[in-house]
Ligand binder design. Structure first.
Ligand SMILES: O=c1ccn([C@@H]2O[C@H](COP(=O)(O)OP(=O)(O)O[C@H]3O[C@H](CO)[C@@H](O)[C@H](O)[C@H]3O)[C@@H](O)[C@H]2O)c(=O)[nH]1
Length: 759
């Protein structure tokens, strides 16, 4: 029997994943890289440019590996015990849930609706939840869909709770009929729900094609004569859970919001939408915690909110320093093993330092931290220190920072002082909500600067994340199995290239803005290794330059008859390095249930995205720094789950996104993204062809003893890594490289070859 004087069991445990073996492997690879650099220094021949370029590239790779080793040194995450929550906590805190959408075509409302339904049905008292949907597309269709979805939610939520359904996004749930339930009560309910969901989908599909419903109801008046970038603020209470007591049949509040937009007015993309969500929810429900998900990231696990609360509530009993709880982002229907591996190994590594980076979706935030509090502003019991009280609660300074709305200032004071929200009806706040959605509301306030989601980067997530860690807060990482949230990712092709470029550009923007981990070394309270983690992420775009050079160096050396790699026994350094790196990364993949094929796809895609997409982020950032152009946020196209059935609940984490039948099959279009890759393949093929006809003999020998088998193997390796491009040269349609790209790349390749042979 448990001793009544012993402390109650914790709500969560921090699990360390430290491994001496993995540290040894990381260090060995680092040692090999440094030996290679040393060899180059000792054997340098100043007239040999190849040697110098290779040295510079390898220095970059070594630096990146040094960062990786530091990041992965002490991995950790959290295990939570949601079953203990009810025993320990009698009054669960409220949570405001935010969903952002921006374009009803690229983000079909049926996807948004599924995400919303999955959130409305989570295992948490409905009177403690409110779901706010921000629509940057100002689309009556999205509003219509939400209205229909909230009607469906009245049968869906009780159904999920009654039968303890695991996956509460209907489009996923109904992919798998339950086994042998015919005739049972559950079987009948299941059939009925499925029919109702089909009706809902049908209605939304019909509404997408026509707009007759728009005139039929007064409710859509505010949408008339609006354009996505030119309209007034719209705030609509879709469903209000009046006098909710947390009954299983209740549906949480649903609110639709679309902030004012005017042409030529910088609306700050997603970050601007998030800040409007924070303000409106502050006026309406003012929950101390806020969950944010992208419109395609549905809750795949009914206990997501309870799990996050285990961390926050345990921390508030102890030290109270966790600003946010981040779940990793997993994806349905897409081959993104690379992201899964990255989030597990590197993600846990960062989580073991000061905590995971905020990834933009699947994250629970504390409202007070978003209002700019630093860790130092709090006493041990979580109340504001006397200095912070003076600093934050003077009404004048609050109005300066948070904007002129009196209701907003009051709600901020309540949130900072942790006062529980006094129930008004949501509609009482509509007028104030309109005011805080005005284009000019943020003018000369601290929104986006020190408060809320931070501006000045299209990757608002990591920009905001470093702002929070710089104020001394920590964050926590939970990796439940099945995954807590699942979203969609574009398959390899133009969509991916645009997305990767936006990420790399946004990250570089932070590297060069005031949040940069390179500045404020002693002033900011961010830990040293956490800074390195940010540096690793923010410098993605810069890695494109050494990678591009390194993909061309073997071909150059073969054509130029010069040595790239060490000779004799020293060649062993390179061979061991490549071999170890391959085996190590392969092990990382296989340990998560991915196949060898998936590992190859990720290695190949890694090189393609760096040289073809990240490369453009450098141009973007130069143009931005020169003030010639601004960066833009192109919304990623979302697709319904099609090829795979299954709820994700019976699968292990690794299986969530194993490659589909088309893995490695790349889609092309005529955009410039595909020019560098095609050029790389052509040049390496030309070098191999030259090698086989003995071209080197025509070239004079250059430093290091001329090229040999190692350089030719280098060319083969590059071609293998860019195989989707080689295949694309022989395919037709969307899988084929367009003739225009091929001819441009061929022209450049001919220039490259002609210029270097015998030069
Ligand atoms: O002007 C905008 C642009 C985007 N969004 C929303 O922002 C979210 C993310 O946009 P998406 O096009 O899906 O970007 P992804 O590249 O797929 O998203 C990743 O990268 C983004 C940063 O670039 C992060 O914000 C996301 O959380 C992260 O999942 C979506 O819900 C959009 O509807 C807006 O609300 N307003």
């Amino acid at each position: 029997m448990a001793d009544s004087s012993s402390p109650p069991p914790p709500l969560c445990d921090r699990i360390s994943h430290k491994s001496y073996l993995l540290r040894a492997v990381d260090l060995t690879i680092l040692g090999l890289l440094f030996s290679l650099l040393l060899y180059r220094i000792l054997h340098v021949n100043q007239s040999d440019t190849v040697w110098v370029v290779a040295f510079l590239c390898e220095s970059c790779f070594s630096f990146v590996w040094l960062l990786i080793t530091c990041i992965k040194w002490s991995p950790a995450d959290y295990k939570t015990y949601p079953d203990r929550l009810d025993e320990r906590v009698h009054d669960l805190p409220s949570v405001d849930m935010f969903v952002t959408t921006a374009d009803p075509v690229r983000e079909p409302p049926i996807i948004v609706v599924n995400t919303v339904l999955s959130l409305l049905a989570v295992n948490y008292p409905a009177n403690k939840l409110a779901c706010y949907v921000s629509d940057d597309g100002c689309s009556p269709l999205t509003y219509f869909s939400l209205k229909e979805a909230s009607k469906f939610a009245k049968i869906w939520v009780p159904f999920c709770k009654k039968y303890n359904v695991n996956v509460r996004a209907p489009f996923m749930y109904f992919l798998n009929p339950p086994a042998a339930t015919e005739g049972s009560e559950f079987g009948k309910d299941w059939e009925m729900m499925k029919r109702e969901y089909e009706k809902l989908s049908q209605k939304l599909e019909e509404a997408t094609g026509s707009s007759h419903w728009l005139d039929a109801e007064d409710d859509f008046e505010e949408f008339s004569n609006t354009k996505p970038n030119d309209h007034s603020t719209i705030v609509k209470v879709v469903w209000e859970n009046k006098e909710g007591v947390g009954d299983e049949k209740e549906v949480p509040h649903v609110v639709y919001i679309s902030r004012e937009k005017r042409p030529n007015y910088l609306h700050q993309y997603k970050a601007g939408a998030m800040n409007f969500l924070v303000r409106v929810s502050g006026l309406m429900t003012n929950a101390p915690y806020m969950l944010n998900v992208d419109c395609d990231m549905y809750a795949n696990e009914a206990d997501v909110v309870r799990q996050a609360m285990c961390i926050f509530l345990q921390q508030s009993m102890n030290s109270n320093h966790c600003a946010f709880v981040q779940y990793p982002q997993y994806f349905y229907d897409s081959n993104v093993g690379e992201l899964t591996v990255l989030q597990l190994y590197l993600g846990r590594g960062i989580a073991g330092i000061q905590g995971p980076l905020y990834g933009g979706s699947g994250c629970f935030h504390t409202r007070r931290v978003m209002y700019g509090l630093s860790l130092d502003d709090l006493e041990d019991d979580g109340s504001l220190s006397s200095i912070a009280t003076r600093k934050y609660l003077a009404e004048e300074s609050l109005a300066r920072e948070f904007g002129k709305s009196k209701e907003m200032v009051k709600s901020v004071v309540d949130a900072l002082q942790r006062k529980s929200y006094l129930h008004n009806t949501l509609k009482d706040s509509l007028e104030a909500a309109q005011e805080v959605g005005h284009c000019h509301y943020e003018y000369q306030t601290s929104w986006g600067n020190t408060i809320g989601w931070l501006y000045d980067s299209t990757t608002e997530d990591v920009n905001t994340s470093i702002g929070i860690h710089s104020r001394g807060w920590t964050s926590s990482y939970i990796l439940p199995d099945p995954p807590a949230f699942l979203g969609c990712m574009p398959q390899g092709g133009p969509g991916t290239m645009v997305q990767q470029r936006r990420w790399a550009t946004g990250l570089l923007e932070v590297l060069f803005n005031k949040q940069s981990p390179l500045i404020g070394m002693f002033r900011r309270k961010i830990r040293f290794r956490q800074r390195l983690a940010y540096l690793y992420v923010f410098s993605w775009g810069l890695r494109s330059i050494p990678e591009l050079f390194y993909c061309l160096l073997p071909a150059y050396c073969v054509l130029h008859n010069s040595a790239l790699f060490p000779k004799g026994v020293y060649l062993g350094i390179i061979v061991t390095l490549v071999g170890m790196h391959c085996l190590y990364t392969l092990w990382e993949f296989m340990s998560l249930g991915f196949s060898v094929q998936s590992w190859y796809v990720s290695q190949s895609f890694g090189r393609i995205k760096t040289t073809c997409s990240w490369l453009f982020s450098i141009f973007d950032i130069i143009l931005k720094l020169l003030g010639i152009s601004k960066t833009v946020f192109i919304v990623t196209k979302k697709t319904m789950p099609e090829t795979k059935s299954g709820s994700g609940s019976e699968k292990s984490q690794g299986e969530v996104d194993c490659p589909n039948k088309d893995s490695g099959k790349f889609e092309f279009d005529g955009s410039l993204y595909f020019l560098p890759g095609t050029f790389i393949v052509l040049v390496n093929l030309a070098a191999l062809a030259g090698c086989s006809v003995g071209l080197q003999r025509l070239s004079p020998r250059h430093g290091g003893g001329g090229s040999g088998l190692a350089e030719a193997c280098g060319c083969v390796l590059v071609v293998i890594l860019f195989l989707p491009f080689l295949k694309g040269m022989f395919e037709k349609g969307k899988y084929g490289i367009p003739l225009s790209t091929l001819s441009k790349a061929a022209f450049l390749a001919v220039l490259f070859v002609v210029f270097y042979v015998g030069n």
